[in-house]
Design a protein around this ligand. Structure first.
Ligand code: SAH
Ligand code: SF4
Length: 364
C-alpha cells in the first residue's frame, strides 16, 4: 500500500483521512498545524499527539517536502533556492527581500508549454505540472528557511510555469497556504501572473479565494502579441481585455499588466499610446519589465531612457505605471533567466524613483 502524502491535502481532507482511522477530527487539525504553521513534517516531532498515534500516523502517511539542494544569495539579497522534487525534477523558488515587502516567487510547473519568445522557461516546454503539495511546499520551505513563518510575506506565482495551465493544483495550493491554522496567507498577499488562458481566467473570476491578478500582456496588436506570446493565436487581445474588464477586482485594487520591453520591437511611444487606449476602462496598472537578456533569447533590453520615455507616455495619460528593477541577476534569479532549474524574481522600482516624481507605484 502506498502511503498518502498529507502535504497534498487541505485541512478538511486531513481531518477526514484521520477520522477514517477513528482518530478524532481535532488531531487532524493539529497535524495540519504542525506541517504548515510549524514546519514539522516528522510525526515523531508532533509532540502534542500521543506516542501510539504518532506511530500509527507514521505507518500510514508521509509528509512530502521539496528538498533543499542549494541556495544562493545575490549581492542584492535575493536568494534563489534550488529544490528537488520526489521524482528528482528540480525547480527554483526565489526570496526577494525588502521591496519593501518580503516576497516569495513560486513555480507552478516544471517548464512551461506557452513558449513565449523571450522566456527561457518557455524554451524548455512543459515537463510536468507541479502538485498542490509541491506548489504550497515551496512556500513552506522558504517561509521556514527565511524565518518568516508567522510573519507577513507576499507570494507571486511568477516562477516557472503558467499557473492557469495547472489550475486545480494551483488553486488547491493557495487554499492550503491561506488556511488560518497554517501559513494563514491572505489573498491580498498573493499575485497570480498569467499570459491569459481564458477558460482559467473565467474560472478564477468565480473563486472564493481571489488573488491579485497580473496579466502578461507584452504587446498591443494581435499580430505582435501572437508572435511574442503564442497563446494569443487562440485567445485574442480583444477577448483577453474583455475578460479583464469583467474580472471582479476588489475595491482600491487594480489588475497589473506586465509588459516586457524589447528594444526596437514593442518599445515605441506609439506602442505606449496604443497601450493606454487598450487599457482605458480597466482598473489597470502597468508594470514595465525591461528584458532580462539571456543566451538563446533573440531580443535585447532597451536603454533606460527608452523605458522611461515609454513610462512617461503612460503616466502623462493617467495610467499608473512602475518599472521593475530586476533582482538577483548576478545569480540568474531574475525573470526569464532560468532554463533547467527555472524560476524568476524581480522587484518593483517605482517610477517615482526612476523619474523623480511621485506618480508611480512600487510593486512586484
Ligand atoms: N507564466 C506566467 C508567470 C511566470 S513568468 C506569466 O507569463 O505571466 C512571470 C513574468 O516574467 C511574466 O510577465 C513574463 O513575461 C516575464 N518574463 C519572462 N521572461 C522574461 C525575460 N527574459 N525578461 C523579463 N521578464 C520576463
Ligand atoms: Fe510560460 Fe510565462 Fe515564460 Fe510565457 S513567460 S513561457 S507563460 S513562464
Amino acid at each position: 500500500m502506498t502511503s498518502i502524502d498529507l502535504a497534498e491535502l487541505e485541512r478538511a481532507e486531513i481531518e477526514q483521512a484521520l477520522s477514517e482511522l477513528g482518530v478524532p477530527e481535532f488531531h487532524g487539525r493539529q497535524v495540519f498545524q504542525w506541517i504548515w504553521a510549524r514546519g514539522v513534517t516528522d510525526f515523531s516531532g508532533m509532540t502534542n499527539l500521543a506516542q501510539p498515534l504518532r506511530r500509527a500516523l507514521a505507518e500510514r502517511f508521509t509528509v512530502g517536502t521539496p528538498a533543499l539542494e542549494t541556495k544562493q544569495t545575490s549581492s542584492d539579497g535575493t536568494t534563489k533556492f534550488l529544490l528537488r522534487l520526489r521524482d528528482g525534477r528540480q525547480i527554483e523558488s526565489v526570496f526577494i527581500p525588502d521591496t519593501p515587502a518580503q516576497t516569495f516567487c513560486i513555480s507552478t510547473q516544471v517548464g512551461c508549454a506557452m513558449g513565449c519568445a523571450f522566456c527561457l522557461t518557455g524554451k524548455m516546454g512543459l515537463i510536468r505540472n507541479l502538485s498542490a503539495g509541491e506548489i504550497a511546499g515551496q512556500v513552506r520551505v522558504l517561509a521556514h528557511e527565511t524565518g518568516l513563518a508567522g510573519a507577513a510575506f507576499n507570494i507571486v506565482l511568477m516562477g516557472m510555469g503558467e499557473p492557469l495551465h495547472n489550475y486545480d493544483a494551483t488553486m488547491k495550493a493557495l487554499r492550503i497556504i491561506a488556511d488560518k491554522q497554517g501559513l494563514a496567507l491572505p489573498a491580498k498577499r498573493v499575485t497570480l501572473s498569467t499570459v491569459g488562458v481564458l477558460p482559467g481566467l473565467e474560472k478564477l473570476a468565480a473563486e472564493e479565494f481571489m488573488p491579485n491578478l497580473a496579466i502578461s500582456l507584452h504587446a498591443t496588436t494581435d499580430e505582435q502579441r501572437s508572435q511574442l506570446v503564442p497563446i494569443n493565436r487562440k485567445y485574442t487581445l480583444d477577448d483577453l481585455i474583455a475578460a479583464c474588464a469583467q474580472f471582479p477586482v476588489a475595491k482600491r485594487r487594480r489588475i497589473t499588466f506586465e509588459y516586457v520591453m524589447l528594444a526596437g520591437v514593442n518599445d515605441t511611444p506609439e506602442d505606449a499610446r496604443r497601450l493606454v487606449r487598450l487599457l482605458s476602462g480597466i482598473k489597470a496598472k502597468v508594470n514595465l519589465l525591461p528584458l532580462n537578456e539571456a543566451a538563446g533569447i533573440p531580443f535585447s533590453r532597451p536603454a533606460d531612457e527608452r523605458v522611461n520615455a515609454f513610462a512617461k507616455v503612460l503616466a502623462d495619460r493617467g495610467v499608473v505605471v512602475s518599472v521593475r528593477r530586476s533582482r538577483g541577476r548576478d545569480i540568474r534569479a531574475a525573470c526569464g533567466q532560468l532554463i533547467v532549474e527555472g524560476a524568476r524574481a524581480s522587484a518593483g522600482q517605482s517610477l517615482a524613483r526612476a523619474l523623480g516624481s511621485d506618480r508611480g507605484q512600487t510593486n512586484v
